[in-house]
Design a protein around this ligand. Sequence first.
Ligand code: AHG
Ligand code: MN
Ligand code: MN
Length: 336
Amino acid sequence: MSEIQTLGQFIAANEKDFPGGRLEFASVLSSIRLAAKIVNKEVNKAGITKDIIGSTSSENIQGEVQQKLDVFADNSYIAAMKYNGDVAGVASEENETFVEFDTEAAKKAKYLLVMDPLDGSSNISVNVSTGTIFAIYRRISPIGSPLTNEDFLQGGNAQLAAGYVVYGSSTMLVYTTGNGLHGFTFDPAIGVFFLSHPNMQSPADGCIYSVNEGNYLYFPEGVKRYLKYCQEYDKSSCRPYTARYIGSLVADFHRNLIKGGIYIYPTSKTYPNGKLRLLYECYPLAFMIEQANGKASDGKTRIMDLPITELHERAPLVIGSTKMVVKAEEFMRIYW
Ligand code: AHG
Ligand code: MN
Ligand code: MN
C-alpha cells in the first residue's frame, strides 16, 4: 500500500481545522464527494448514452436552455444534501428559489449549500471538460424557522468552505475550508479520490490570458487596453501571453491555477453586469484563489467583499495570478 491519503482520510485528519471543528461539517463534504462520483459517472458516459446528452425542453432562471446533465447534476447534488441530514437547504443555478429540506434532521441542520451543479454545460456534447462549483455556509436564521434568502446572501467572507469538481481528462475535487487549497484526483477503477495536489499555490505571475475575445467590441475600454497589453512584446514578462479559453469556467480556472494565468469575464454591452454568478461561481472561486495566494476582483473591488442582494446576481470576474490581476485592475481603474 502506498502512502497516498484518500479524501476521506484527509477530511478526518483535518477535522480540527473545520469551522467550529464539527463532525457534521465533515459529513457535508462526504456527501459532496458522493454526488461528485455519481455525476462523474454520467458525464463520462455522456458520449455513448443518448438519453443523457443534449438539451431539455426547459429553461433555467437565467433563460438558458437546460442540458439534461444540468438537471441530472442538480438533482444528484440536491439528493445527496437532502439525505445528509446536516444540510438545511440548497441554492442552485438551476432553481429560481432555494430548496429547503423537510426531513426532521434537515429542519435542525446548521449548514447550507450553494452550487453551480454543472458548469460549462454547453461543452458536454463535444467531450470537453465541465465542472461543479460549490460553497458551504452556516445558516443564520434560527433553527425551527423557515430559511430565508438572507441565509444564502451572507456574502463571500461568510463562506465556511468552497470547492469545485472538474470532470476532465481525470476528475478532480479541489476544496478549501480556509486552511489552504487541496486537490484530490479520482481513481475510477476503485471509486476513490486520492490527495494529489496538497496546498495548491497560484504562481504569482503567469503567461496565459483567458477571455472570450470574440466579445472584444463590447468590452469596456480598460479591458480592451489590458488585452492589447497582453499581446505586446516584452520578453521579461513573457509577453505576448498565450491565449487559452475553454468556455468552462472551472476548467479555465483549474488550468490557470496550476500554470499561472488570468481569467477575465468582464462587463460588456451584452452582459452589463458580467455573465458569471456571484453566489455560486465568483465567491467560491475567489475564496479558493485567495487560499492559493492568488487574487480575485471585479476590476476594482475584491470579489469576497462585494455585497449581494439576489441569489442569481451576476458580477464581472478578474481572477488568477496576483501580479496579473493587479495589472489588469490598473487598466480597468483608469478606463472603467
Ligand atoms: P454554465 O454552464 O454553468 O451556465 O456556465 C457557463 C459559463 C462558464 O462556464 C464559462 O466560462 C462561460 O459561461 C462562458 O461564456 P461565453 O460562452 O460567453 O464565453
Ligand atoms: Mn457556470
Ligand atoms: Mn451551470
